[in-house]
Design a protein around this ligand. Structure first.
Ligand code: PLP
Length: 214
């Protein structure tokens, strides 16, 4: 199936409130342009250098989503164009985003990534860290806190996936009133998005189901 028809097929399953992020990591610009030609504008990348190079080369109205673990020393390479950083997983990273955003007088939208999986290899905040960040939210004058992001365990166990997404949704509802622009719960990938959608997701990040296997 073509990129355009894969996107159309997934879009057809989604209600109007759900946004589809096409995860284009490792995929060539030509494939991104196929999606672009079909009207798609939101793309996700997990590596700073790759995202910056694609931003350089591709149409400027593409909205770039940083979805991978972000190292503090690389924030400066994306700060002037990134649309939404999904993967804020530490206070020190927030401090750096604030510093770089302030430098260029831009306000950057972020999601706080919550550790919902059982794997230690996955990143994310625990409830205490989330709480402590929200308590200091006023220090981040150049950051808009829009919501939460989570990555579930890599497992075929749909009950476990449902439990993890439900936990994330519960946390989102709990902190909703304390975010400054509450609007995004980013959860669900190619293999588990139908479950995420049953548990409050309104932004899904889909790679292989659009662009094929990596
Ligand atoms: C790669 C990636 C995705 C998309 O994964 P697929 O299984 O290809 O849909 C979603 N979210 C994050 C954080 C990723 O790194």
């Amino acid at each position: 199936m073509s990129v355009a028809s894969s996107i159309a097929k997934i879009q057809n399953e989604l209600s109007n409130e759900v946004q589809l992020i096409a995860v284009s990591k490792t995929k060539p610009n030509a494939l991104i342009l196929e999606a672009y030609a079909a009207g798609h504008r939101d793309f996700g990348e997990n590596k700073v250098q790759e995202m910056a190079a694609k931003h350089q080369a591709l149409p400027k109205d593409i909205r770039w989503h940083m979805i991978g673990h972000l190292q503090r020393n690389k924030v400066k390479y994306i700060i002037d164009f990134v649309h939404l950083i999904h993967s804020v997983d530490s206070k020190r990273l927030l401090d750096e985003i604030q510093k770089q955003a302030q430098k260029i007088n831009r306000t950057v939208a972020v999601l706080l990534q919550i550790h919902i999986a059982t794997e230690d290899s996955k990143f994310g905040l625990d409830e205490q860290e989330l709480e402590s960040i929200l308590q200091e939210k006023s220090a981040y004058s150049h950051i808009h806190f829009k919501g939460l992001m989570g990555m579930a365990t890599f497992t075929p166990d749909s009950q476990q996936l449902a439990d993890e997404f439900a936990y994330l949704h519960k946390l989102y509802q709990r902190v909703y009133g304390r975010l400054d622009q509450p609007s995004v719960l980013s959860s669900g990938m190619s293999s588990d998005y139908t479950i995420a959608l049953k548990h409050g997701s309104n932004m899904i990040r889909i790679g292989s189901a659009i662009f094929g296997h990596r």
